[in-house]
Ligand binder design. Structure first.
Ligand SMILES: *Cc1c(COP(=O)(O)O)cnc(C)c1O
Length: 363
C-alpha cells in the first residue's frame, strides 16, 4: 500500500514558521534578552500578584465575554467597552481579522518591512500578500494606495512599525484611509502606541470612530510587560465586533491574563515611568551608537534598528554581542540582514549595549 500523507492546504506550506527572539547563548551565564521588545521593567508588580491570586480559581472557565478587562480598557482609554474585543495576544486578533476578511482569492497589502505576522498569517490564510516598497524605511502612502487592486480586501499598517521604528503622522494615516475604497479593511496595529511622544500621532481611535472599515489593535506585551500572558485587544466598529464575536473561540483569553491586565492598567505611574525611561534611554543609545559611527534609524518604539552597512558586519556585531550575553534580533527574515534590532532594556542593559557596540565599531 502506498502511503498517502495527509496534506494541509497548499498555502500553508508556503509559510516559513515565525522565529521568535532567542533567549539562550551556550556557555554564557548571564543572558540579557533584548530581542523581543518586551518592555524594560518586567511585569507590573500588581499584575504578578493578580496572576498568583487567579491561580486559586484555575479550575473555573474564564469569563468568555471578557467583561471586566474590556471595561477596564474602556475606562483607561476612554472607549466604549462594547467596541473592544480581546484576544490571546493581538496576534490572535490579526489572525481572526485575516480569516474573516481575507483568505483565498483576496489580496492583503502591507509595507515592505511591516510586521512579519501579516505576511505569515496572510499567506497561510491563502491571501496574496503584496509588500509595498518604503521610503527611508517608512511606509509610503502613495505606494500603498497604488498597490491596491480589485481583489484587495485588507491593508495592514503597524504604526509605529516594528522592526523599523518609523511612524506615520495622523495626517498621513488619514490620507491613506481616505484614498482606500470603503470596502477595504484598514488594520492599524498600534502595539507601541504608548511609547510615542510625538503630538501629531493618533493610535487609530479617531479613524475607527469615523467610519465602519478601520480597526485598531493594541497589546499588553510591550509597555505593560506581559508578553507571556498573551493579551491583546481590538477597537472596532460594531459590525466588525460582531464578526470577531463569531470567529473567536469562546474562552480565547485566559483568566490570569485578564486579571493581570486589569491590575496592569491600575498600576500607578507605570506607563509614565516606562515612557520617560524609554525616551531617555533610546536617545542615549542612539546618540552613543551614532557617535561610534553606526547608523541608527529614528524610532518611536522601545527598540532601535541599527544599520551595520553589510550583512557580514551585522553578523559579526551579533556574534560580538552574544559573546557578552546580549541577545538582540537579527533582521534577515525582514530583508534587513545588514541591521540588528535592539530592544531598550534597563539603564544598565543599555549601558552594556553601548559598551559592546562601541568596542565593536572601533574594531
Ligand atoms: C509585538 C507585536 C505584536 C504582537 O503582540 P501580541 O499581543 O504579543 O500578540 C503585534 N504587532 C506588532 C507590530 C508587534 O511588534
Amino acid at each position: 500500500m502506498t502511503a498517502m500523507p495527509v496534506m494541509p492546504r497548499p498555502s500553508i506550506l508556503s509559510v516559513e514558521p515565525y522565529v521568535g527572539g532567542e533567549s539562550k547563548v551556550p556557555g554564557v551565564n548571564r543572558i540579557i534578552k533584548l530581542s523581543s521588545n518586551e518592555g524594560a521593567f518586567g511585569p507590573p508588580p500588581g499584575a504578578i500578584a493578580a496572576i498568583a491570586e487567579s491561580a486559586k480559581e484555575a479550575h473555573r472557565y474564564p469569563d468568555g465575554g471578557a467583561t471586566a478587562i474590556r471595561e477596564a480598557i474602556g475606562r483607561r482609554f476612554g472607549l466604549d467597552p462594547a467596541r473592544i474585543v480581546c484576544g490571546n495576544g493581538s496576534d490572535e486578533l490579526l489572525s481572526m481579522l485575516i480569516l474573516a476578511y481575507g483568505g483565498e482569492g483576496t489580496e492583503l497589502v502591507m509595507s515592505a518591512h511591516g510586521f512579519m505576522m501579516y505576511d505569515i498569517t496572510g499567506r497561510w490564510a491563502g491571501c496574496r500578500v503584496i509588500k509595498v516598497p518604503e521610503r527611508n524605511l517608512t511606509a509610503d502612502v502613495d505606494g500603498l494606495l497604488a498597490a491596491v487592486g480589485p481583489r484587495t480586501t485588507m491593508m495592514f499598517l503597524a504604526n509605529p512599525n516594528n522592526p523599523t521604528g518609523s511612524i506615520l503622522p495622523q495626517s498621513e494615516v488619514e490620507r491613506l484611509r481616505a484614498g482606500l475604497r470603503d470596502d477595504i479593511l484598514l488594520v492599524l496595529d498600534s502595539a507601541y502606541a504608548e511609547y510615542v511622544t510625538r503630538p501629531d500621532y493618533d493610535p487609530g481611535v479617531r479613524l475607527v470612530d469615523a467610519a465602519t472599515n478601520t480597526v485598531m489593535c493594541r497589546t499588553f506585551s510591550k509597555i505593560f510587560g506581559m508578553g507571556g500572558m498573551r493579551l491583546g485587544w481590538a477597537y472596532a466598529p460594531p459590525a466588525i465586533v460582531d464578526v470577531l464575536g463569531r470567529v473567536r473561540g469562546p474562552f480565547n483569553v485566559n483568566a490570569s491574563a485578564m486579571a493581570a491586565g486589569i491590575a496592569a492598567l491600575a498600576e500607578r505611574g507605570w506607563v509614565e515611568t516606562s515612557v520617560e525611561h524609554n525616551t531617555r534611554e533610546r536617545a542615549r543609545v542612539a546618540a552613543a551608537l551614532t557617535g561610534a559611527g553606526l547608523k541608527v534609524w529614528p524610532s518611536e518604539g522601545n527598540f532601535l534598528l541599527v544599520d551595520f552597512g553589510t550583512a557580514d558586519r551585522a553578523k559579526a556585531a551579533d556574534a560580538h554581542l552574544r559573546s557578552r550575553g546580549l541577545i538582540v534580533r537579527a533582521m534577515g527574515g525582514y530583508g534587513l540582514a545588514k541591521c540588528l534590532r535592539v530592544t531598550i532594556g534597563t539603564s544598565e542593559e543599555c549601558g552594556l549595549v553601548i559598551e559592546a557596540l562601541t568596542a565593536f565599531a572601533r574594531g
